[in-house]
Design a protein around this ligand. Structure first.
Ligand SMILES: NC(=O)c1ccc[n+]([C@@H]2O[C@H](COP(=O)([O-])OP(=O)(O)OC[C@H]3O[C@@H](n4cnc5c(N)ncnc54)[C@H](O)[C@@H]3O)[C@@H](O)[C@H]2O)c1
Ligand SMILES: [Fe+2]
Length: 375
């Protein structure tokens, strides 16, 4: 087996480390930073606290983007970067803030729109501004990935763009930033961690270093996610979920995600199901499909993280969703045959081809009919 491993992001992990933006900017000789963050952190005063601590290194703030950020929001951010001659980007937020930052940090050095690169196969320019990423959800792992997931609402399209230029220079993973995440978002983002870990493991692009990261992250999620949801101020659970999140990011950024992420895109785009909840919805289903793939290594994974076999792990994923209030079916949506056909069609996304078992349209059709009849 041939494999490569490279990970260019420096990770600074631990409570209180969000205050280190100033040191990092100084060490890298950077000035005039822009902070890209949800309005929530401006309203809570957290953005200002970190800007003050940056001692002048960060001077501009951009908040004008939504969850599942649109290509037009990236273009608007790039325009502000150009206008203010910003030299680096501080991406503080969940996957949405980080994905806007990554795309804007590249596109701002061109006259292009990010739409020219979104789902078109056109390679991103390699020049980009340095990014310091501070994840505030646990989470997408976007702080260590070369992926920016964007939506083009005009074309009804959600898709990742992959570019080596999207790797942040530094990821500051400070669990304190996640204390304010409400239970529903903790639950959904936690299911994203689990999906990314498990899919990174069984992806056709799997490799040994990412395998170990996947197992470590998945084990942490089963143990700590229910606690983080039930007790938002449990510091140990928050810290362990941040650890799981960044390590799951390392587990999937090279192998890439597979079937559950492919299916999540139409579930989010058409039916508004949050990203992590959408990924988790099909994770146990695909675990059962993939259980004997890759000469038993998926079974080995399940046993390695403490289950009798893959079926027991799939049961545990289902139980976890019930316990943390995530959906296990789509019955409430009263899906029509036409809507199911759309889900099948749009799930045929490049990530689907990373799945270790070939997923046919018939298999997707059976799965969506099953989910459509399940609470
Ligand atoms: N780039 C990648 O590698 C990658 C991987 C997985 C998912 N994604 C993408 O990331 C996006 C989802 O990111 P997400 O799940 O982190 O959600 P998000 O960034 O969309 O945030 C969800 C909501 O939580 C709020 N929020 C974030 N942090 C908070 C905090 N500490 N306290 C209170 N509220 C907070 C946000 O303001 C927002 O309203 C999706 O678009 C998804 O496709 C990207
Ligand atoms: Fe994800």
């Amino acid at each position: 087996m041939l494999w490569d491993y490279a990970q260019p992001v420096t990770i600074r992990f631990g409570k209180g480390r969000a205050m280190e933006i100033k040191d990092i900017a100084e060490a890298m000789g950077l000035h005039d930073g822009i902070m890209v963050t949800p309005k929530f952190f401006v309203d809570s005063g957290e953005a200002q606290r970190l800007i003050d601590a940056s001692d002048g290194a960060v001077s501009t703030v951009f908040t004008d983007f939504s969850p599942n950020p649109d290509v037009t929001e990236v273009d608007a951010c790039a325009e502000i970067i150009r206008k203010n001659h910003c030299e680096f980007v501080v991406a503080m937020g969940g996957g949405s803030a980080m994905d806007v930052s990554k795309a804007a940090a590249s596109i701002c050095l061109t006259d292009d729109s990010i739409a020219d690169y979104h789902g078109t196969g056109k390679a991103m320019p390699q020049k980009h501004l340095p990014i310091i990423a501070l994840p505030t959800t646990a989470g997408t792992g976007s702080e260590v990935t070369c992926v920016s997931v964007l939506t083009n609402r005009k074309l009804g399209k959600k898709a990742p763009i992959v570019s080596d230029g999207f790797f942040p220079s530094v990821a500051i993973v400070d669990p304190e930033l996640t204390y304010s995440v409400p239970p529903k978002i903790t639950a959904s983002t936690g299911m994203d961690v689990l999906s990314q870990a498990i899919e990174g493991f069984w992806s056709k692009g799997h490799q040994p270093i990412c395998d170990s990261c996947a197992a470590h992250a998945a084990k942490l999620v089963f143990k700590y996610l229910p606690i983080a949801v039930a007790e938002p101020h449990n510091e140990e659970a928050r810290e362990k979920m941040c650890e799981a999140s960044v390590i799951a990011g390392l587990a999937f950024t090279l192998p890439k995600t597979t079937s559950s992420h492919a299916c999540s895109f139409p579930l989010t785009n058409i039916h508004g199901i949050p990203h992590g909840e959408a990924c988790g919805l099909t994770l146990d289903y695909f675990a059962r499909i993939n259980k004997d793939a890759q000469h038993g290594r998926v079974q080995e994974f399940a046993r390695g993280i403490g289950f009798k076999d893959v079926d027991a792990m799939a049961d545990a994923i289902h139980d976890l969703k019930v316990r943390i209030g995530m959906r296990t079916g789509l019955k409430d949506l009263n899906l029509t045959e036409e809507q199911i056909a759309d889900l099948v069609r749009i799930s045929r996304h490049p990530n689907l081809y990373n799945n270790p078992v070939e997923i046919t349209d018939d298999m997707l059709d059976t799965m969506y009919h099953y989910l459509a009849s399940t609470d």
